[in-house]
Design a protein around this ligand. Sequence first.
Ligand code: CDP
Ligand code: CDP
Length: 224
Amino acid sequence: MTKPIQIAIDGPAAAGKSTIAKIVAEKLGYVYIDTGAMYRAITLKALNEGINMASNTEAGKLLAETEIDLQPSEDGQLVFLDKKDVTEAIRSQHVTKAVSEMAAHELVRLRMVELQQQLAEARGVVMDGRDIGTHVLPHAALKVFMSASVEERARRRFEENKKRDILTPLEELQAEIAKRDKMDSEREVAPLRQADDAIYLDTTALTIDQAAQKILKLAEERLV
Ligand code: CDP
Ligand code: CDP
């Protein structure tokens, strides 16, 4: 049997990371970990409880009292916040608009990275996010930086939203994505950037299957 590896997939919003990471994980029999879902879950709780994140005491208390759990499901992954299923709730525009500010908080990142590293310990994982190759799994055997033009990414999110009856206009989605990318790239703690040893994959003109095949091929080259 080959030794399982860690695969890190980073990139801007709606590049196709989670869709493709799920397929790759399933094909390899690995665990898929959507780290964005964890930042979304803590954002949902802070919004619901009106936590003042500018206060490190309040932020620390929130983090200490919050349980975030990811469980594999047929569609990829279920997200539990304090034992409640929030898989759908964390995708709302309300959470999407607030998540990047939350993710720039140093205490939040420290706690999330600690949880993510525990989840990845001693097993084959495909983890997607913004800082996986640079901070969470710096020794991952395969690192991919996935991107696509902002127009294509907005179009994809628009089509995805339509299926879930979310009707945010395309222009608004594109502006929200661009704003979030900028905040994620310019924050001080663990900004979104391509790791030096990551492979760049532009999915603008690729189907989901083509992108997944490319990553699977790269993974196979690294399996011994
Ligand atoms: O799916 P989408 O690309 O819209 O976003 P996501 O992967 O669910 O991530 C939501 C937000 O969480 C991002 O815009 C980042 O602000 C933050 N995030 C992060 O800072 N670090 C990660 N490893 C993953 C997400
Ligand atoms: O995880 P991330 O935010 O990077 O993107 P995603 O949620 O996996 O993908 C956003 C949308 O683009 C999904 O509805 C995918 O089905 C779609 N997609 C696509 O149409 N073509 C690709 N090559 C990749 C993703």
